[in-house]
Design a protein around this ligand. Sequence first.
Ligand code: SAM
Length: 360
Amino acid sequence: MKFVAFTYPGLESILKSELEQRKIEVNKVEDGLITFSGDTSTLVKTNLWLRTASKVYVLLWEHQNITDFNTLFDVIYSINWQDFIPKWYQIVINPGSIRSTLTATPTIQAISQKAIIKKISWDKHYDVEEWKKVEIRINLFKNTLKIMLNTTWESLYKRWYKVWTSPAQLKETLAAGIILLSKAKNKICYDPFCGSGTILIEKAMIDLHIAPGLFRNFAFENFDWVDKNNLEKEKWRAKTRQKEKNLEFIGTDIDSHILEIAQNNAISAGVDKYIKFYKEDFSKAKPKKDCDIITNPPYNKRLKIDNIENIYNKLNNELVQDSVHGGIITWYDEFKHSVDNKLKMRVFTNWWEKVKFYWR
Ligand SMILES: C[S@@+](CC[C@H](N)C(=O)[O-])C[C@H]1O[C@@H](n2cnc3c(N)ncnc32)[C@H](O)[C@@H]1O
């Protein structure tokens, strides 16, 4: 079987090495997605373990030169949908078209829906529970059609431990990606703008080998062609692989309420004994020696701060010490003026905003 995992454009190399570490055969790397091969146990493993993928799909069909709606209909109709979709589940079509002849996504959606419903012979159902929906992605890129079945359902950034989410937070998948991209390896890691604790919690989960999907549900659990025992076995194996390590992480923030949330998130992720959270204003904090820094400071957009320049200069000075590794993810454009040339930079999108990650 072929599968496709989506990720942030810019994190493909990280996702590729996550797959290769699990001895999974990678077939193709494209912008924001990777195609790989395996069987249903690969599907279970990847949903449970991938830290930087947003969703994992079964690639049901891929072909070049799809340029007319009749061919699109015939191709979709030719798939044995009854073998993949549980009876009476609602089908949600997610169409996409980039640089292709067929551009009208509402028409692509309507034709795809019609072809599938004709084949499966049960009709659209409305008002079904969320878990009784199946997402099918129909992507055209330069006239190459990919037909994909979502095995994850809600994006993998939804770990189980978050008690509260807000757009000022980093998505967990992006946080894991920048941690893996940075060279932060010291046992002490510091996030001076920790907010809800995403970065340090993700870093502790990476260092302790805690599977990011351990306590969440997946769409494939409703598919009868995926053996349920496989997931139970993988979860059991994942629990036996968790490590104890001597980690001393420090998370500080100026806001006591958010620190309480961070503490609760760390408790529900099972990593609270490794992270000390406390209130501190970074502009007045003494430099912390010999510890890695990974942080997501405020950037005067949603969260206004007065002394922003001082804060960024101070961060830059701490990050360029020889013994320190890590990075800063920010939208604050003026930061580029104080950035030392020791730092590398890559652009990502967090929620709907462009952010830059500077690291070493
Ligand atoms: C962009 S948010 C960090 C979000 C975090 N990465 C997460 O995923 O929840 C920036 C944080 O910086 C904190 N902050 C603002 N000014 C600060 C200061 N001078 N010292 C320490 N923390 C500050 C805010 O309270 C906020 O929680």
